[in-house]
Design a binder for this molecule. Structure first.
Ligand code: ZN
Length: 255
């Protein structure tokens, strides 16, 4: 049994295909799919998907790449949704200084506000971290949340260990499958298996066998798990069992 710990099933790329995608994923042994919201509009979409497909679970939050579109009362709306619905985490939240650093202060403000909400509601967080790992670690130390997942991890070994010490799991997916991704492959090989969760980030980050421009989907997780098992020279069954348990440890509200 596999869990895709990060999939944007609500993305427009999947419009009209949800039932087929969930079924194909199940046929490939992907038993559960975690769908993090990215903006206000996606809140209702991810909730609806989880109501339609009982093996889909959602997180609610504002992604750092969407914060310029936020309205002044959006954080109150998030608080209201956390009160009213049953998300398994606050996410996808974080910091991204790759595309722009111009809105750094606003990104940090929104990230901190969401960490505080996660703490208030006793929820883990699902995080997007790009060119901002040390900043994210600084805020996680300051506002100790319940843990969660740093998705699509691509930092140093020392930074990985800092996340693990703070109670976080690290997400690995399609990015590690490219021959030039030697750094991510080394991390995937040497980090303790207890700290790793698997993800597709579909429709983004297609694994190497699909090609850069292809649309990724959660059913690819089986082959990603196989790739990961081969990297570590261990059996696929042990990887499937460990990543399943690790995802439940990070997101205990999945049932
Ligand atoms: Zn994402």
């Amino acid at each position: 049994m596999l869990i895709d710990s990060h999939c944007h099933l609500d993305a427009t790329e999947f419009d009209g295909e949800h039932a087929a995608i969930v079924k194909t994923a199940l046929d490939h042994g992907i038993e559960k799919i975690i769908i993090p919201a990215v903006n206000r509009k996606s809140f209702d979409d991810v909730i609806k998907l989880s109501e339609t497909f009982p093996n889909c679970f959602y997180a609610l939050g504002f992604h750092p790449m969407y914060i310029d579109d936020m309205k002044h009362d959006d954080l109150h709306t998030l608080q209201h949704y956390l009160n009213t619905y049953q998300p398994i985490a606050v996410g996808e939240i974080g910091l991204d200084f790759f595309v722009t650093k111009e809105n750094k202060t606003l990104q940090e403000e929104i990230f901190v506000a969401q960490l505080k909400l996660a703490k208030d509601f006793d929820l883990p967080v699902i995080m997007h971290v790009r060119y901002a790992i040390d900043d994210v670690l600084k805020y996680l130390r300051r506002y100790s949340v319940k843990g969660g997942i740093a998705h699509a991890f691509n930092g140093s070994l020392q930074q990985a260990e800092a996340f693990i010490d703070l109670g976080f799991k690290l997400g690995f997916g399609g990015a590690m499958t490219y021959p030039r991704a030697t750094h991510i492959q080394t991390l995937a090989k040497i980090l303790p298996i207890e700290s790793i969760v698997l993800e597709t980030d579909a429709p983004d980050i297609p694994p190497s066998w699909l090609g850069h421009k292809a649309k990724n989907s959660p059913s690819e997780l089986y082959r990603i798990a196989t790739f990961f098992a081969d990297l570590r020279c261990v059996g696929l069954t042990s990887v499937i069992e460990a990543s399943y348990k690790n995802t439940l440890d990070a997101l205990p509200k999945i049932v």
